[in-house]
Design a protein around this ligand. Structure first.
Ligand code: SF4
Length: 637
C-alpha cells in the first residue's frame, strides 16, 4: 500500500476507493507527467471521492498535535473565572500577544503570511515524517478567497517562498519578487532549501475561484509527490486571518480558537496550544469582555497586567520584554520606511497608486505653524509665500473673512457672503500625523515590506499609528528623541501597556467572532484594529477599565458592516486610506469614552456578537473576494 493510501486510511478509516486502484487518464493539472501513466487521480477527485470534503485528508502528522510543554515558565496554580462555574471543558479567549502580533511581510496576513506559513508547516511535517527528500513534485491548490484575490494579495509569491523554506518573520522581503521571477524563469524551486525540484508556478499553483472548502473560505491543499508521481503526502490548511493557520486537527468545538504560531509544534507548550482547558492553560482566563473586567476587578489589575500575567505562564520576563520591543521596533520601522520612502514611486500591482506618506510627512515636518511656507495658493498645491491680503477698506467684509476669500466675478444679489474661498491652511496634528503614520505602514505593506500583523496586514497601520501618535504627543516621554528614534527604555512601559491592552481586546474578537476578512469583511480587519487601538489609547491615557472597554466598543460600533472590496484584489484601495480613518476613529472613540464615566448601553460583548452576526449575514462578494463594492465600480487603470 502506498504511503498516500496508508495515510488516507489512517486518517479517515476509509479504504482507498476501488475506482482509483488503476491508473487514471492524464488530466490537465498533471500534464508534465506525460512520460508515463499518471499514478494518482486528480486532486479534486481524490478528495471529493476518497475523502469527504468535510474531513481533512491529512497525510502527515497534523499540525498542532503531540507537542510537549517547553516548561520555560513554571505554571502556577490557575485561578478560575469567578462566577462562571468554569469547568475543564471551558474555552477561553486567551492567546499569546506574540501570536496575535506577529512580524510578517505584506500585503496580506491571510493571503500572504498565512500561505507562506502553511507551506513551511507542510514542509516541516514532511521533514519530521522523514519523507522530504523523496519529494520531487509539488502541487498547491488554492480555494475560495485565496483563489479570487490571491494574485493581488501576493499569495503565489508567498507560497513559493514558503516552499523554499522561508518564514514571513525572517524572509528578506525586498528579495522576494526577484526570487519568484527566477523560479518562474528556471522552473526550478529549492524545496525547503534542501533540493531542487521541477516547479512551474503557472502550472503547479492551481486556483479554484469557483470552489470553497467547507471549513473556511481561505483553503489550501498541498500535495507532495515523488519522481514517479506517487503521492507521498498531502494536507489541507486554512488561513484564518492574522497569519494564523489551522487545519481540521487544530479546530475545536466552538470554532477557530486554537491560535498559536509555530512551525515546529514541539516548541509550543501544551498550555499555549490548548484552548479547551481554561483552568490549566491560562493564569487568568477570560472568555469575553465581561469576564475580562471581572478578572481585572477581582485581581485589582489593569487589562495589560492580566495579559502580562498570562504571558508569564508561557515565557520568561526577559523573553516577553524582548518580544514586545521587537514588535514595536518593526512597527516603528515600518512607519519610518513609509514616511521616508520615495513618493515618486507607485505601489506594485497595476493600479499605479502613488505613495502619499512621504509627501504628507514632509509637509508635517515643516512645523505645525509652518508660516508662509504652508499657505497654498489657488494655483499651486505646493508651499508658497502667502499672498498679501486685500486691504480692509476694499470691502465691507471683515478682514478675517477677506483673507480667506477669492475675488469673484459673480456679484449678483449681494452674495458676498457666499464668495469663493481660498484654500486654508489646515494642520491638525491629530488628523495629519495619525493619517501619515497609518498610510506609511500600509504603503509599506502594499509594497510587500515588513510590517507587524496587528491583528492583520490589511489593518497593520492603525495600531502603530495610534501608538506612535500617543508616544509623540501625550506620553510623559514625548519629545525625548534622539537620532535613532525614541529611547526605548523610556517608552517601554507605554509600549507594553498599549500593546498588551490592545491584544486583550483582539483576543475577544478572535474568541467571539473572527479577524478574517474572508469571514467578516473589513469590520474584522480595520474594524477590529480600530477597536483594539481605541481601547489601548484609552488605557495609556489613564482611562478606567470601563472606559477602555467603552472605547473599544464605540470604535467597533461604528465599523459594523464595513465590507471588504479591494480594487483589483490589491490591498491598496480602499485599504490604505481606511487605515488612516481607522486610526482617527480610534482616537475619537477613546476621547468619547474618556469624557464619560465608563457607563454605556452597548457592551463590547454586544458589539462583538453583532459583528459576528453581521459578518455571517454579509454576502460573500463583500468578503475579500473583490466581486462587489468598490472592486466592481472602480475601473482598473
Ligand atoms: S478592504 Fe479591509 S479587509 Fe479588505 S483587504 Fe482592504 S483592509 Fe483588508
Amino acid at each position: 500500500m502506498s504511503l498516500l493510501r496508508r495515510a488516507i486510511v489512517r486518517c479517515n478509516a476509509r479504504p482507498w476507493p476501488q475506482s482509483h486502484r488503476a491508473p487514471v487518464p492524464l488530466l490537465s493539472t498533471h500534464r508534465h507527467l506525460s512520460s508515463g501513466p499518471v499514478k494518482i487521480p486528480p486532486v479534486d477527485e481524490v478528495f471529493a471521492e476518497a475523502v469527504p470534503t468535510t474531513a481533512v485528508p491529512a497525510g502527515l502528522k497534523p499540525f498542532g498535535h503531540d507537542a510537549v510543554n517547553t516548561g520555560a515558565v513554571k505554571p502556577g496554580p490557575a485561578k478560575p473565572v469567578s462566577g462562571t462555574g468554569a469547568k475543564d471543558s471551558d474555552h477561553h479567549a486567551v492567546v499569546s500577544t506574540f501570536d496575535l502580533f506577529s512580524i510578517g511581510v505584506g500585503p496580506s496576513s491571510s493571503h500572504t503570511v498565512g500561505p507562506m506559513r502553511a507551506a513551511k508547516i507542510f514542509l516541516e511535517d514532511l521533514k519530521s515524517a522523514g519523507v522530504l527528500q523523496r519529494v520531487r513534485i509539488m502541487k498547491v491548490h488554492l480555494y475560495g478567497s485565496l483563489a479570487l484575490t490571491g494574485e493581488g494579495h501576493g499569495t503565489p509569491n508567498a507560497i513559493l517562498m514558503g516552499l523554499e523554506g522561508e518564514a514571513p518573520e525572517s524572509v528578506d522581503a525586498p528579495s522576494i519578487p526577484q526570487r519568484c521571477r527566477t523560479i518562474a524563469e528556471t522552473s526550478s524551486l529549492n524545496l525547503a532549501g534542501t533540493h531542487a525540484i521541477d516547479f512551474h508556478p503557472s502550472r503547479d499553483l492551481i486556483f479554484h475561484p469557483d470552489q470553497s472548502l467547507p471549513q473556511h473560505p481561505n483553503g489550501m491543499r498541498f500535495l507532495a509527490m515523488d519522481g514517479s508521481a506517487d503521492l507521498v503526502a498531502c494536507n489541507e490548511y486554512f488561513s484564518i486571518g492574522g497569519g494564523f493557520v489551522v487545519n481540521e486537527k487544530t479546530r475545536v468545538a466552538h470554532g477557530e480558537n486554537v491560535y498559536y504560531m509555530a512551525y515546529d509544534t514541539t516548541e509550543v507548550g501544551e498550555s499555549r496550544k490548548s484552548q479547551d482547558v481554561a483552568v490549566t492553560t491560562a493564569a487568568l482566563p477570560f472568555r469575553n469582555g465581561t469576564q475580562l473586567l471581572e478578572v481585572c476587578k477581582r485581581e485589582d489589575m489593569s487589562i495589560a497586567q492580566v495579559v502580562w500575567e498570562n504571558e508569564r505562564r508561557w515565557r520568561s520576563v526577559a523573553d516577553i520584554r524582548a518580544r514586545t520591543r521587537a514588535i514595536w521596533e518593526v512597527m516603528d520601522k515600518s512607519i519610518e520606511n513609509g514616511c521616508l520612502g520615495d513618493d515618486k514611486t507607485v505601489l506594485p500591482g497595476g493600479l499605479k497608486v502613488p505613495r502619499r506618506a512621504p509627501g504628507l510627512y514632509r509637509k508635517l515636518q515643516r512645523g505645525f505653524y509652518g508660516g508662509p511656507r504652508l499657505v497654498k495658493t489657488a494655483s499651486s498645491q505646493e508651499s508658497s509665500p502667502a499672498p498679501s491680503p486685500t486691504p480692509a477698506s476694499a470691502s465691507n467684509v471683515p478682514v478675517r473673512q477677506q483673507r480667506s476669500m477669492v475675488p469673484s466675478q459673480y456679484q449678483k444679489d449681494g452674495v458676498e457672503l457666499l464668495k469663493k474661498r481660498r484654500r486654508k491652511r489646515m494642520v491638525s496634528p491629530a488628523l495629519d500625523f495619525l493619517s501619515a503614520y497609518a498610510i506609511a505602514v500600509n504603503e509599506e505593506n502594499a509594497a510587500g515590506g515588513r510590517v507587524v500583523t496587528a491583528p492583520t496586514n490589511g489593518a497593520a497601520g492603525v495600531i502603530p499609528a495610534v501608538l506612535k501618535y500617543y508616544l509623540e504627543f501625550f506620553s510623559d516621554e514625548a519629545g525625548l528623541h534622539h537620532p535613532g528614534g525614541q529611547d526605548y527604555a523610556a517608552i517601554e512601559s507605554d509600549v507594553s501597556e498599549f500593546l498588551f491592552t490592545a491584544s486583550a481586546i483582539g483576543m475577544l474578537y478572535k474568541r467571539g467572532a473572527s479577524i478574517s476578512a474572508a469571514e467578516m469583511g473589513c469590520q474584522g480587519e480595520v474594524g477590529v484594529a480600530c477597536s483594539m487601538a481605541a481601547g489601548a489609547f484609552a488605557a495609556v491615557m489613564g482611562g478606567t477599565i470601563e472606559q477602555i472597554e467603552n472605547a473599544a466598543e464605540i470604535a467597533m460600533e461604528h465599523n459594523l458592516g464595513l465590507t471588504c472590496d479591494p480594487v483589483g484584489g490589491l490591498v491598496q484601495i480602499p485599504c490604505i486610506e481606511r487605515n488612516a480613518l481607522g486610526a482617527v476613529k480610534a482616537v475619537t472613540a477613546a476621547q468619547l469614552a474618556l469624557n464619560g464615566d465608563g457607563r454605556h448601553h452597548v457592551s463590547l460583548d454586544n458589539v462583538i456578537e453583532t459583528m459576528r452576526q453581521t459578518g455571517h449575514d454579509m454576502m460573500s462578494k463583500y468578503k475579500e473576494t473583490s466581486q462587489g463594492g468598490l472592486a466592481v465600480n472602480v475601473p482598473m487603470c
